[in-house]
Structures are given as structure tokens and as C-alpha cells.
Write a protein that binds this ligand. Structure first.
Ligand code: C2E
Ligand code: SIN
Ligand code: FE
Length: 490
């Protein structure tokens, strides 16, 4: 029995009885010889070793056989192989009769169907395993942006599905134009971390430069590459396969797979390896994109916050407030807010709001802002507009809208007598209730053009006295408790 290989490139004697026992393993091209003819025509050959046609029989000694039949093994017109029987050359050896030919043809058809079914079944199983492998990698990619996890899954599946002994992922540094080993498995004592390949250098460098696979079924059969050839051979590797990692037209690196045997990969094997390389490339691209985005986002937030601190500093200068007033009240407000259970993003908004609490004073004329004495009724009217100015200035900025509570509401009072809206009790946002206490403390203990700084003790007393009137009693309680603790520590 001869059988065609899965890629139909080879016809191999896979089973032999009698004098053909030793022919097992003999391989030929499907176009060659008598088998090639029977395979090509799909018709039985009936004859004898002395016939002209039998001369095409390439893998047997014609001296020993007499009458012979070769029938195709096929299923639904798809050739699978051939089945041949022969009698000896003895003088009483009779030729095959037509009913015997018919019988062998029937057996050939039955065997052909059975073999085909078996092959389809095996193929379905292999496909299923490969689909599961791809699914596993998909899950690793979507489940985490940690590339190590993805690499591990890819290495696992390569080893399991393709019988690979070692695999590696190399990254391309597009600025330095070099490839370095990012992760690898199965290289034993070989230290690859210091190996740096220029594009075009080594097998991997060639795959990267030419954007196509480098496939070497036998490393001993080719001139060893100076960068990679000798070290792989020395480590006992025999075959080498590299696919460039490409995503959106860009080359990101190279996937290498090595075996310790000489290995003539078939199309399906290579296709699967190429698919894995594609998945690795997607994973790397996604993760890079994600990390860049994350970094850009952090940088953006940092630059916004630096801008806000710059504004706060400018406002302090203009207001002739004491040095660092805005920073100080912002830090105090955050501390007090944490004490009161404010968490997460709300703290960032609160801090930004505190830094910008008096931004509305930008709309107040300097003559009022810097007046050394008491304000007149008209001047007060203008001064009381500063929270509304803040609202108008900041509400169009989406990034700062959640930080508006303090600039807009820090002059509201617990008893409802504050401005601009006369909110009462818990109608006043918590951030503003917290900030009002802190701002008052810092304002009183700082000098103003119209008065001297108050002693700390008096400021605290005043805040205590305003609990439930100007201020939220809960906030005052925690503020004073914190303050006493701090004093005891000093
Ligand atoms: P500011 O100086 O930053 O004061 C913030 C808040 O701290 C004031 O809001 C008030 O609640 C409290 N505060 C500050 N200094 C004193 C004080 O000496 N006594 C008392 N009891 N509370 C004080 P307020 O009153 O709504 O004032 C808003 C802003 O108006 C002040 O900001 C300041 O820029 C200005 N301002 C207030 N009073 C006068 C004044 O008599 N003369 C001038 N030129 N400006 C004033
Ligand atoms: C943001 O991206 O949320 C801030 C930008 C803006 O709204 O001005
Ligand atoms: Fe204010």
C-alpha cells in the first residue's frame, strides 16, 4: 500500500507483505512510476512484471514477481494511494482473472473510503485542538495587558500543537534598528538576553528586514549564519522557523520556533505558526497602544494639574494673600476631607476646587480687592459676586466642572445666611462645607490690608463659636479634634 502525504507532495510505501516487507518507507513523487500512473488515471493496472508498463515500477525487484495488479485507493474521486498485489514468477503462477481484478478494485474503494474517513476525523481533531489553542491565546490577550501572560500562552500552544522545542519573541527597536530577545522558552543554558541583532543580521534579522518567514528544515544543510547559526547548532537545535510579527503594516519583531530534529514542515504546520505570530503581533500592538494611552492620560492630567497650581499661585499674588495661601488651604482641605471619608476621584476634584477657590476674584476690580479699609455696601455687592464669576469661568471646562463646588459655594453658611444662593445645611456641598472652615482659619490667621492677623487661639475659638451658624457642626468638630491632636504632637 502506498499513501499520499497530506500535502500530496509525496507517495510513501506504508505497508508491505511478503517480498515487499522491506520496501516500507520508500518514498517517491506522486507523478513518478507506475503508482503515479495509476494514481493519475484512477484506473487499475493489470499485467505482469515482464510487460513494458511494469518497468515503471520503481521500488521493487522485478525478478521476483510475475503477474501483478495495482488499483487506486480513492474516495469520491480523490486519490489517496495505491494497493498492489503480485504473484511469484513460478511457471505455475497464473495471471489474475477479471473477477479477481474486480474484487481488488472493490477492496481498493472500500479501503479508500475508510482511509479518507480516518484522515478527515484526524484532521477535524487537529483543527479543533488548534482552534482551542487560538482561543486560549485570545483569552490571554483580552484578559490582560500583561504581555508575559500572552507569551506564556503562545509558547504553551506552540509546544503542544507544533512539537516545538524552543521558541522566542524578539522585539524590534525601530530607532536603534535592532532586535533583542524579549521572552523565550526552551533554550536551556543559551543566554540570549545580550544578543542584539541588527536588521538583516541573523535569521531573525533577515525575517524582519524582508518581512517574510525564514524557514530552515535542516540547520546543518545550510551555511551557518554567523550571528545565530552556530549557537543554535551548538545547543542541539536542528531546524529553525521565524515569522515576522506584523501589525497594521508595521513590523514589531520576530517569532522564532526551533526543533531538535530535522523537520520538513507542511503547509498546515506553517500556517498555524503564522497564525500564532499574527496573534502575538496583535497582543503586542494592543498592549503598547494601551500603555501609551495610559501614559498620555497620566501626562495630560499632570499637565492640567500643574496648570491649575500655576493659576492658584498667580491668584495668590494678585489677591495679595499670604505666600502659599491656596496650596496651604488646599492641603488642609484634602486632609480634613479624608478624615470625613471623602475618597478617590472626589479628593482630586476637591483639591483642584480648593486651589481655585477664589478664582472669581479675577473679576473684582483691584480698587476693591486691595482696599485697605472696610468695604462700602456697593463694594460688598461687587465682592459677593466672586463665587458666581468662578462658576461662569470654570463651568465650560469639562475637566473642572466636578471641582466647582468649592469656588461656587465656599461662602454659603450652614444657617442659610451666606451667598450667592443662601443654601442651608446639607444643601451646601460637603466639599464647600469643609473648605469654608479651612479658609476661615487660614484667612483669620493671615494679615489683610484692612486688619492684622488673628492669634491662632482666637481663630479656633471663633470657628468653635460659629459651629451650627456659619459652619457645619460635624466639620468643625473633626477640624478642632484634628487641630488639638496636631498641637499635642508638636
Ligand atoms: P478673604 O480675605 O480670603 O476671606 C475669606 C473669608 O474669611 C471671608 O469671606 C470671611 O468669611 C472670613 N474672614 C476673613 N477675614 C475675616 C475677619 O476679619 N473677620 C471675620 N469674621 N471673618 C473673616 P467674606 O467675608 O465673604 O469675604 C470675602 C472676601 O472679601 C475676602 O476674602 C476679602 O477678599 C474681601 N473682604 C472681606 N471683608 C473685607 C474688608 O473689610 N475690606 C476689604 N478690602 N476686603 C474685604
Ligand atoms: C478633559 O479632557 O476632560 C478636559 C479638557 C476640557 O474639557 O477642557
Ligand atoms: Fe472667597
Amino acid at each position: 500500500i502506498t499513501l499520499l502525504s497530506a500535502d500530496r507532495k509525496k507517495l510513501t510505501v506504508c505497508c508491505g507483505k511478503g517480498i515487499w516487507q522491506d520496501s516500507v518507507g520508500f518514498a517517491l513523487s506522486p507523478q513518478e512510476g507506475l503508482s503515479g500512473r495509476v494514481l493519475g488515471t484512477g484506473k487499475a493496472y493489470v499485467g505482469s512484471s515482464s510487460d513494458e508498463g511494469a518497468k515503471e515500477l520503481l521500488w521493487t525487484n522485478l525478478d521476483k514477481i510475475g503477474p501483478l495488479i495495482m488499483v487506486p485507493l480513492q474516495s469520491e474521486n480523490e486519490p489517496i494511494g495505491t494497493l498492489m498485489i503480485a504473484r511469484s514468477q513460478a511457471p505455475d503462477s497464473r495471471p489474475f482473472a477479471p473477477n479477481e481484478v474486480k474484487l481488488l478494485e472493490t477492496i481498493g474503494d472500500m479501503a479508500g473510503s475508510a482511509l479518507r474517513r480516518q484522515r478527515l476525523y484526524e484532521e477535524a481533531l487537529r483543527r479543533l485542538r488548534q482552534t482551542q489553542a487560538l482561543r486560549n491565546i485570545d483569552m490571554a490577550i483580552t484578559g490582560s495587558f500583561d504581555l508575559r501572560v500572552t507569551y506564556n500562552t503562545i509558547f504553551d500552544e506552540i509546544t503542544r500543537q507544533l512539537g516545538i522545542d524552543a521558541a522566542a519573541i524578539l522585539f524590534l527597536d525601530p530607532h536603534a534598528m535592532t532586535l533583542t530577545y524579549e521572552d523565550s522558552r526552551g533554550f536551556g543554558t543559551l543566554n540570549l538576553s545580550n544578543l542584539r541583532l541588527r536588521i538583516g543580521e541573523g535569521y531573525a534579522g533577515k525575517a524582519c528586514l524582508e518581512k517574510r518567514p525564514v524557514l530552515i528544515p535542516d540547520l546543518k544543510a545550510v551555511e551557518p549564519d554567523p550571528c545565530q547559526g552556530a549557537i543554535f547548532l551548538a545547543e542541539g537545535f536542528r531546524s529553525y522557523f521565524a515569522f515576522p510579527l506584523m501589525a497594521k503594516g508595521r513590523t514589531l519583531g520576530v517569532l522564532e520556533a526551533l526543533r531538535r530534529d530535522k523537520f520538513d514542515a507542511d503547509e498546515e504546520w506553517l500556517y498555524f505558526l503564522e497564525t500564532l505570530a499574527g496573534q502575538a503581533a496583535i497582543a503586542i500592538d494592543d498592549a503598547t497602544l494601551f500603555h501609551n494611552l495610559e501614559r498620555a492620560n497620566v501626562e495630560l492630567i499632570q499637565s492640567y494639574d500643574a496648570t491649575i497650581e500655576g493659576w492658584a499661585y498667580a491668584l495668590d499674588l494678585k489677591d495679595e494673600a499670604t505666600e502659599g495661601h491656596s496650596r496651604r488651604v488646599a492641603d488642609m482641605a484634602v486632609e480634613l476631607a479624608m478624615e470625613m471619608g471623602v475618597k478617590g476621584e472626589a479628593l482630586s476634584h476637591l483639591k483642584r476646587g480648593a486651589l481655585l477657590h477664589d478664582i472669581g476674584k479675577m473679576g473684582i476690580p483691584d480698587s476693591i480687592l486691595h482696599k485697605p479699609g472696610k468695604l462700602t455696601e456697593e463694594e460688598w455687592e461687587i465682592m459677593r459676586k466672586h463665587p458666581e464669576y468662578a462658576f461662569k469661568m470654570l463651568s465650560p471646562i469639562e475637566y473642572l466642572r466636578p471641582a466647582l463646588d468649592i469656588p461656587y459655594c465656599h461662602h454659603e453658611k450652614w444657617d442659610g445666611s451666606g451667598y450667592p444662593r443662601g443654601l442651608k445645611g446639607k444643601e451646601i456641598p460637603l466639599a464647600a462645607r469643609i473648605f469654608a472652615v479651612v479658609d476661615m482659619y487660614d484667612a483669620l490667621t493671615s494679615p489683610r490690608p484692612y486688619r492684622k492677623a488673628w492669634p491662632e487661639e482666637e481663630a479656633l475659638q471663633y470657628i468653635h463659636q460659629q459651629s451650627g451658624k456659619h459652619f457645619d457642626p460635624e466639620v468643625v468638630e473633626i477640624f478642632l479634634k484634628k487641630f488639638t491632636q496636631k498641637l499635642q504632637h508638636q
